[in-house]
Ligand binder design. Structure first.
Ligand SMILES: Cc1cc2nc3c(=O)[nH]c(=O)nc-3n(C[C@H](O)[C@H](O)[C@H](O)COP(=O)(O)OP(=O)(O)OC[C@H]3O[C@@H](n4cnc5c(N)ncnc54)[C@H](O)[C@@H]3O)c2cc1C
Length: 265
């Protein structure tokens, strides 16, 4: 007993972004460990059999800076460091779990979180979607930057380096959660006006957050919040899990969409 929780796996502690990129390579057989709030329990309880683990907590991938009118957030930035970030990201970060988890959990880990079996994960994903986030990553074929929508549609296989988000003219969230620090958020809708365009997304309805494009189209066509919210279920089929049924989520989602749209005016 004792020793590394990773057993026979090769463990690399990256000390710089380049070391992390080199250790990740093409990503084959590699498990990235950032804050470890998902990976460590998964390894400990035998849900994840890691062959090579790359620890990026000391790789210099954290930090927030302004660049070209956007905010660039390092993948290793903790959710605690994002509590005052551009809205609605700040609100999403503040509502995750408790201070202990937020001090460990990272933006990259939240973006890349595999869907939980019993509760949703990836609370920051809807915020990233409405802020037109662009994700810079490394892996097979080298470095590339793509929209967070594309990353969420084809998850895995890349090392996320940083994420750049737009400065919105208005932003809001509407949420169903349970009043317990360790409870996961049941479902969250984020809405933002970015460069004059209203963007709406939901996390917690499906395995990963999605944009509600039918709602966005209705708003662009002049619909009010109530009518636009009537299109909330055209882009997502709400899921069942231990927190809530798909039926319940389907009833609540249009209400959250209407509330978030009303808040951004
Ligand atoms: C008690 C408790 C409560 C929680 N409550 C919430 C909640 O309310 N909402 C919520 O969203 N989550 C919640 N979580 C889950 C988790 O804490 C967060 O999703 C967190 O942001 C994950 O980040 P991490 O750095 O710890 O990820 P890790 O565990 O390090 O990694 C998670 C996944 O992302 C991958 N990964 C990490 N960084 C990168 C990167 N840079 N590039 C590529 N892949 C990467 C890992 O390989 C792994 O697959 C909770 C967890 C616990 C234990």
């Amino acid at each position: 007993m004792g020793g590394s929780p990773f057993g026979a796996a090769e463990v690399v502690v990256a000390a710089s972004p380049q070391e992390a990129i080199d250790a990740f390579g093409d990503g084959d057989g590699v498990t990235v460990l950032a804050g470890g709030t998902i990976v460590v329990p998964d390894v400990t309880y035998g849900r994840l059999d890691a062959r090579k683990v790359v620890l990026i907590g000391r790789a210099g991938l954290s930090g927030v800076r302004s660049e070209g009118g956007r905010t660039v957030i390092g993948a290793g930035t903790t959710l605690a460091e994002l509590e005052d970030a551009v809205e609605p990201l700040g609100t999403c970060a503040r509502r995750v779990a408790d201070p202990e988890i937020r001090e460990q959990a990272t933006l990259g880990g939240n973006l890349c979180a595999p869907p939980g079996a019993e509760s949703p994960r990836g609370d920051l994903q809807a915020g990233l979607l409405v802020l037109d986030a662009q994700v810079r990553s490394a892996g097979a074929g080298g470095e590339r930057t793509e929209s967070v929508e594309d990353v969420l549609a084809s998850p895995g296989g890349r090392l996320v380096l940083d994420v750049s988000v737009a400065e919105p003219e208005a932003a809001a969230t509407a949420t169903v959660r349970r009043p317990h620090a360790h409870a996961y958020t049941v479902m969250r809708v984020c809405a933002a006006r970015v460069a004059g365009e209203v963007r709406v997304a939901v996390s917690g309805a499906g395995p990963r957050a999605v944009r509600l494009r039918a709602v966005e189209a209705a708003v662009a066509g002049g619909a009010d919040a109530e009518s636009a919210a009537g299109h909330a279920l055209e882009d997502v089929t709400p899921q069942d899990d231990a927190l809530a049924s798909g039926w319940y989520r389907g009833k609540v989602l249009p209400v959250l969409v209407r509330d978030a749209l009303t808040k951004i005016g």
